[in-house]
Design a protein around this ligand. Sequence first.
Ligand code: ZN
Length: 246
Amino acid sequence: MRILVVSDIHANVAALEAVLRHADAHGGVHRVWCIGDTVGYGPQPSTVIARLRELDTLWVAGNHERAATGAMSTADFNPDAAAAAEWTGAHLSDEEKAFLDALPEVIECDDFTLVHGSLRDPTWEYLYTPEVALAHLDLQTTPFGLVGHTHVPAVAILTESGRDCEFFRIPHGHQEHLDPARKLVFNAGSVGQPRDGNPLSSYAMYDTDERTLTLNRVEYEIKKTQELMAAEGLPVWLIQRLSAGR
Ligand code: ZN
């Protein structure tokens, strides 16, 4: 079975559709796992929610799902993120908000734990350093984990001693061979707002037969999303950053 792993789509339909097309053209998709932040920043929250529901997605909530429904305060968000969260909330139906509010923050499935931020703080902590990765891996009871939130594709692997971990960014084509004796946490990057200096959309494919997790980067029509954002009056920096990938 081939499981598509997407995170941080951020209401960017052009990016999500490009990822789905790419995954379809390269072996197909049987299941979709989403690591949160489907909405916020981008111009098409309802379309992204509907598309993922149609795909019967296994889905954990991120901070942006929580902020869009009012379940999380935006007091600690930067002003652009707070403005976008408010815009998103105003454009979602009550039914969509109830659906988002019902999403869990942690899911264990097969050998995997899915969580947006980290197991120490599921919708808020950024898994950015070996120290945070180690704290997360200590709490992870499955051999493998999937996180998002940083918008930077990376992997952290526990060393044999269990007291340290290797933590590194990963490029397009990077493949992890999954061995239950090698505990790791993998970040598939962001579909809709990459922040590693590369504007290409980022996703991962989990092949359950081959036991591999592979990172992919794909082109999408950035301009299309930017034009929709401008038409909605969303903050200029949020529009510009898509071209820069940061
Ligand atoms: Zn995000």
